[in-house]
Design a protein around this ligand. Structure first.
Ligand code: MN
Length: 289
């Protein structure tokens, strides 16, 4: 099992220098894996990332949120095509880096919609996601759809919605990505969605209710980790935290990161790494009860 950290904990700029810094800091904080935000996979410096990952011995994953210009639920075929091209390029970048998990809000734009998703929009999304999953499968990459809150998509807000979506686009490498920050807003509790999605759960984000220090908000992490233990979850568990101390122009604005919840990323990352590993150790002992 890989315990990971989102790159935006360390830098908002993913040029060669930012990539090197994020990889070094992630390794120093004790994590096994870095998740790169591939908001623009066409400009991502694959060579710099490859070298940094090799130097620090880190595993890698990638995520992104589509924009209005690349929304695959759009009624405009040109926008859908741009979204599919971006997703395909992101999979290729991740495969070149040796990563096995591609995730995020990759089935719609990541934004506040002012209207519900249309059946046509969801059908378009399913068709593209199916093709992206097939492209990924040929490269040894798994694809997981991140279930997020109502202010960041109008398609998948709960685990059950993800199951319904996936029932009609069935691919062996396609699954669900749960995030505790979003679950805390939309789900009934932190246990049942993990059980409901267990057969398809491929990726997990650990975030606090305000996206700051773990354990200082309202997310019921003890219950969530018990649920992961109950289903024998073995996929990546990746820490996400965002503060106005580190700003990525595209991502931070979209996520509404207006406040400074921490200043020292080194301490925050090391704390999160311990927090996650401590809970996994504790939960593993439940089998002895
Ligand atoms: Mn997330």
């Amino acid at each position: 099992m890989n315990i990971g950290c989102h790159g935006l904990v360390w830098t908002g700029t993913f040029d060669a220098e930012g990539i090197r810094r994020a990889v070094e800091k992630t390794a120093q904080a004790g994590f096994d894996l870095i998740e790169f935000p591939l908001m623009d996979p066409f400009s991502f410096d694959v060579t710099a990332a490859k070298d940094a990952l090799a130097e620090h011995g880190l595993a890698v994953s990638a995520s992104l949120g589509l924009s209005e210009a690349t929304d695959i639920t759009s009624a405009d075929p040109a926008v859908v095509a741009a979204g599919e091209a971006l997703l395909i390029r992101a999979v290729d970048v991740l495969a070149e880096l040796g990563g096995e998990h591609f995730c995020g809000v990759i089935y719609s734009a990541m934004r506040k919609y002012m209207e519900p998703a249309t059946p046509e929009g969801v059908a378009s999304s399913r068709a593209v996601v199916g093709r992206v999953a097939d492209h990924a499968a040929a490269r040894g990459v798994r694809v997981a759809l991140e279930v997020v809150n109502r202010y960041e998509t109008n398609v998948l807000n709960t685990g059950r919605q993800a199951l319904a979506y996936l029932a009609e686009v069935d691919r062996p490498n396609l699954g669900v990505h749960l995030d505790t920050y979003h679950m805390n807003i939309e789900e009934s509790d932190m246990f049942q969605p993990v059980l409901d999605t267990s057969a398809l759960l491929q990726y997990v984000h650990i975030g606090e209710s305000h996206r700051g220090y773990l354990g200082t908000g309202s997310v019921d992490f003890d219950t969530f980790f018990k649920a992961l233990g109950r289903i024998g979850y073995g996929g990546p568990i990746v820490f996400e935290s965002f503060s106005s101390a580190v700003v990525a122009e595209d991502l931070s604005r979209m996520l509404g990161i207006w406040r400074n919840l921490w200043t020292d990323g080194d301490e925050l990352g090391a704390h999160a790494n311990r927090f996650i590993r401590d809970r996994l150790i504790a939960v593993d002992s439940i089998r002895l009860h």
